[in-house]
Design a protein around this ligand. Structure first.
Ligand SMILES: CC(C)(COP(=O)(O)OP(=O)(O)OC[C@H]1O[C@@H](n2cnc3c(N)ncnc32)[C@H](O)[C@@H]1O)[C@@H](O)C(=O)NCCC(=O)NCCS
Ligand SMILES: Nc1ncnc2c1ncn2[C@@H]1O[C@H](COP(=O)(O)OP(=O)(O)OP(=O)(O)O)[C@@H](O)[C@H]1O
Length: 229
């Protein structure tokens, strides 16, 4: 059993690549999907977001106005850090539960689609493989503006809220070059899938190694911290 981290920059093509992997039978946990679920009305994160950001970030139906909250946090680092401090522990907790369920269902590995994988770093030590979906800055901006109907300034704000994609590319052990066609990306995904299927990595070995280096107490403490935080 092992874990694969899939990341990149906003609009670099993570969802496009994860859809290709899903079609090949890989179990995918999409952090953006989990992030939407953990802020649904009356969840702990929802209550804290309303407390800190006020009812003005709500729609008439009581759900979070994602466009309004997005405009707020992408233009202000302090507000973005506050939102992250509320949402990220809930996202990680929910993802951990999904990972356990996939392993109990007998999957040999799980792909975690996490936009902020290298920014938050909480998951990286448990990953046997990290994949960055890269595309050149101009293509990234264009795709983001076209997909989300953003102005160039809004798109640049969102890109600037993340670690530079070039930096992430240097931190991963697999890179999908996605500045070109979908067909080109798909050919690379097929090669990546073969590598994952042939991989003999075991998460258990990594956890045991971590326990050995930090002492069993360290691993139990860390697991408790993730689950309870
Ligand atoms: C700010 C919010 C309301 C904007 O919602 P919206 O529907 O417009 O965007 P969506 O959630 O689909 O995110 C689109 C992309 O924005 C980027 N992004 C989202 N949140 C953040 C953040 N806190 N910092 C940097 N980039 C972010 C990611 O690349 C993400 O894939 C929403 O993104 C959010 O709640 N973010 C906080 C939770 C989070 O950090 N999610 C990222 C998953 S690790
Ligand atoms: N190779 C490609 N050629 C053309 N368009 C692409 C390609 N890859 C992705 N796209 C398009 O670019 C946009 C961004 O891609 P995608 O949504 O997969 O990025 P993402 O990394 O998941 O974004 P986010 O961080 O917002 O979740 C989408 O409209 C998608 O259809």
């Amino acid at each position: 059993m092992f874990l694969v981290g899939l990341t990149g920059g906003i609009a670099s093509g993570k969802s496009a690549v994860s859809s290709m992997l899903r079609e090949l039978g890989c179990p995918i946990i999409d952090a953006d999907v989990v992030a939407r679920r953990v802020v649904e009305p009356h969840t702990p994160a929802y209550s804290r977001i309303v407390y800190h950001f006020g009812p003005e970030i709500l729609l008439e139906n009581g759900e979070i106005d994602r466009q309004k909250l997005g405009e707020l946090i992408f233009a202000n680092e302090e507000k973005r850090k506050l939102l992250n401090s509320i949402t990220h522990p809930e996202i990680h907790k929910a993802m951990l539960k999904e990972i356990l369920l996939y392993f109990l269902r007998g999957y040999r590995y799980v792909v975690l689609d996490v936009p902020l994988l290298f920014e938050t770093r909480r998951l990286t030590q448990f990953l046997n493989h990290t994949v960055v979906v890269y595309c050149d800055p101009a293509t990234q901006l264009l795709r983001l503006m076209q997909r989300d109907g953003l102005t160039q300034e809004q798109a640049e704000q969102r890109v600037a809220a993340q670690m530079p994609l070039n930096e992430k590319r240097g931190m991963a052990n697999h890179v999908i070059e996605n500045s070109g066609s979908r067909e080109d990306a798909h050919r690379q995904v097929l090669k990546l899938h073969t590598k994952l299927e042939d991989s003999m990595d075991f998460l258990l070995v990594r956890v045991i190694a971590l326990a050995a280096t930090t002492g069993l107490g360290g691993i139990l403490l860390y697991a408790a911290k993730i689950l309870l935080s």
